[in-house]
Design a protein around this ligand. Sequence first.
Ligand SMILES: Cc1cc2nc3c(=O)[nH]c(=O)nc-3n(C[C@H](O)[C@H](O)[C@H](O)COP(=O)(O)OP(=O)(O)OC[C@H]3O[C@@H](n4cnc5c(N)ncnc54)[C@H](O)[C@@H]3O)c2cc1C
Length: 369
Amino acid sequence: MTRQRTNKKPRIAIIGGGFAGITFLTTLYNHARKQPPLQCTLYDPSPEFSFTPLLVGAAAGSRAITDACIPFKDLAKALGFTYTQARATRLDPNTNHVTVKHPTGTITKEQHDYFILTTGAETQFYQTPGAKQHTLSLRSAKDAKNIHQALTHQKKAKQPGVIIIGAGPTGVELAGDISVFYQQNNLPTHITLISHAPTILPRFNQKIQQSTQKTLQKRNITILTNTTVTKCKKSAVTIQEGQKQEKTLTSPLLIWAGGCKPVTIPLRTQNNVTERGRYIVTPTLQLKGHQNIFAFGDNAQIEGEQPLPLLAQVAEQEGTHAAKNILRLLNNKRPKPFTFHDKGRMVSLGPKKASITINTPAGTIHFNN
Ligand SMILES: Cc1cc2nc3c(=O)[nH]c(=O)nc-3n(C[C@H](O)[C@H](O)[C@H](O)COP(=O)(O)OP(=O)(O)OC[C@H]3O[C@@H](n4cnc5c(N)ncnc54)[C@H](O)[C@@H]3O)c2cc1C
């Protein structure tokens, strides 16, 4: 089914309503008085925007799930866009049609003038046998709800416990918050945190790594570094520590926080993704060779530059910039190149504890509270 154009307002399709897509829409809304009327449509298979920094708290129960998400229909009303619950499966830049699959299974082709590809990232299981089937992961409010339900069941279990695979910020924060959950429910702390790297938080500064590790160990969390999970089964993982023989660890709950990979929808053009699967964009955040297609956030990388970290602050800054660039295009002005301003990082370890790095013009400050 192909929809025909019904009016002449520039039609913008936003494909993916995470930090990148929603910041883009918010920026257009904030500039509404200074721009010609636009017709924006958000396509996303999920019914809600997930505020990822609060997902760990929602999973561990220190926050309500509703604190960590906003229904897209409410955002659509507030920001004046149309929301269509659907997954984009293909984009044809020659005809400007996006193919979308609706929850009913119906497939439609929708025509727009501009496309904003902000499909983000998804969990990366590195083809570990059984990982997808037997572990829970955390990328959305729905995932947080699943983890919270599993933890709540443990209140009555004989042997509560969790193995967290991956010791980046999500894995570390989960370990910290779940330890508080066990403590508050008078349950023993059987938490194992597994890092493939020689340390936890491999991309962080050494001071933060050491102080965070100390805090987690004080809470009786077992940390295994240089350890690879080679197989997952129901309530069990096979691990390999360095060169040692494989062994099996058991636990009623397995959480996979082992990484993520970009989500891109196939385009009918060649050479538009990097080896790691991110769209290659120009410094103005436009897809190479396609003035009317923008891509940014976790699924894109600027050609010839170091990949930016997969962070909400990157997606937000890019979303604001891309919206301003589209307005420039609509006003027959040249789009401007994007520059990222890194404001710092925070790893929270429960409601009252965090390790923080702040970048200031005078230098970088690290502290723990
Ligand atoms: C648990 C967790 C905690 C985090 N905490 C922090 C933090 O404290 N600070 C920080 O800076 N960063 C944090 N991050 C990283 C941050 O969430 C991401 O960098 C950010 O969400 C990227 O935004 P995005 O819009 O590119 O992608 P996403 O937020 O992943 O959004 C992508 C959207 O696209 C939709 N989508 C996917 N495929 C399709 C399709 N085919 N068609 C239509 N829609 C589609 C998805 O449903 C989703 O809504 C965290 C991430 C996680 C998982």
